[in-house]
Design a protein around this ligand. Structure first.
Ligand SMILES: Cc1ncc(COP(=O)(O)O)c(C=O)c1O
Length: 346
């Protein structure tokens, strides 16, 4: 996002800079406490401090998850389109990546349960779930998750659930449900990934964590990290704590602003024939199908018009585009104006 982090985070960064000692640090106890409180208050999920494993980033966590299963899994499943590291991580450990296209139902992308049932799988295969989903912005419902969890347990699979966008649900009334909350059986097979980085715009100070209730699985995860993956930096820990402790009002305002940006973008994009945007329920990302636009390369076309979008081909969906709404309405307006005007003469 383009936004400045919450004021409490900026103050904390200034204090740390003033202190001027940038040595190593262990996680402050207060950060663990606030994570436990938030999991309970925001998602109704009671976790234990021993379940938390620190990581300096989420892409790193996706790769560690694949590494855990490199000898045990025969393949890694993921739903497409998806954030590119989901597609590349399995190959880093010589695991084939099996893509399951999501299904579109009334403008919302969901899980294709028929496709899941038809999939050949082996016990201990890994499913990498993105929840809420980047790039399509779906926040999976409790019913969808329960059905998914039942399937994953029946097939004897493990699940890595990347929930980095879980505090960015745009619809008032929507509440995030961690996959691992759907019962002890699925919790035993789950690696849940969370971080304050997307929500509070802190990714540059890498501070992420996995929550793994199954002690054996947690030990395996730690072993896969050993000697390779460092702890988050001291500044990352400090700013994560202050974001979670002081950023709640800011977060609620952010969500209102992002929802406004989303609705504004949908209005403006409706002026372009041949472009089909999908309203996100979560994230600050807007996925739009440009395959009916009469241009050969939609990504290059809009880039030539001065708008940098993400190219769907990197997400497993050529011809589709992703617009980042995490910016000022004014900048967004300029981008949309350029897009509309570029398409006028098509
Ligand atoms: C679903 C998802 N996972 C992981 C990441 C990256 O996280 P990190 O910067 O901590 O590696 C992103 C960033 O966009 C994301 O959308």
């Amino acid at each position: 996002m383009d936004f400045k982090s919450p004021p409490g985070v900026i103050e904390r960064a200034a204090e740390e800079a003033d202190f001027g000692n940038f040595g190593y640090a262990k996680c402050p106890a207060g950060l663990v406490d606030v994570i436990i409180e938030r999991c309970k208050d925001l998602y109704g999920w009671e976790i234990d401090s021993s379940w938390i494993v620190w990581l300096p980033g989420m892409v790193c966590a996706l790769n560690v998850s694949c590494r855990v299963f490199e000898k045990e899994s025969s393949q890694v499943f993921t739903q497409t389109p998806v954030y590119p590291p989901f597609l590349s991580a399995p190959g880093n450990f010589d695991l084939p990546c099996t893509r399951i296209p999501m299904v579109l139902d009334q403008g919302r992308f969901g899980i294709d349960f028929d496709a899941l049932e038809a999939l050949p799988s082996n016990p201990s295969d890994l499913f990498m779930l993105c929840h809420p989903h980047n790039p399509v912005g779906s926040a999976f419902t409790k019913e969808e998750l329960a059905k998914f969890a039942e399937w994953a347990c029946r097939k004897d699979l493990y699940v890595c659930s990347d929930e980095i966008h879980c505090d960015l649900l745009l619809e008032p009334g929507l509440r995030h449900t961690p996959l691992a909350l759907l019962g002890s059986e699925v919790a035993e097979r789950s690696i849940t990934l969370m971080a304050p980085s997307k929500t509070f715009n802190l990714p540059g100070f890498g501070c992420s964590y996995a929550i793994i209730s199954n002690g054996k699985l947690r030990s395996r995860f730690k072993k896969a990290m050993a000697g390779i993956v460092p702890d988050p930096p001291a500044m990352g820990f400090a700013l994560a704590e202050s974001a979670y402790r002081t950023g709640e009002t800011w977060r609620v305002e952010l969500i209102d602003y992002l929802r406004g940006n989303r609705d504004f973008a949908l209005d403006e994009l409706s002026k372009i024939n041949g472009l089909a945007p999908y309203p996100p329920q979560a994230t600050y990302l807007l996925w739009m199908d440009a395959r009916s636009l009469p241009v050969e390369n939609p990504h290059g076309f809009f880039e030539n018009a001065g708008v940098g979008l993400s190219d769907g081909k990197d997400f497993g969906a050529p011809g589709v585009l992703r617009l980042n709404l995490g910016c000022s309405r004014q900048l967004l307006g300029e981008a949309l104006e350029r897009m509309v005007s570029a398409c006028k003469d098509l």
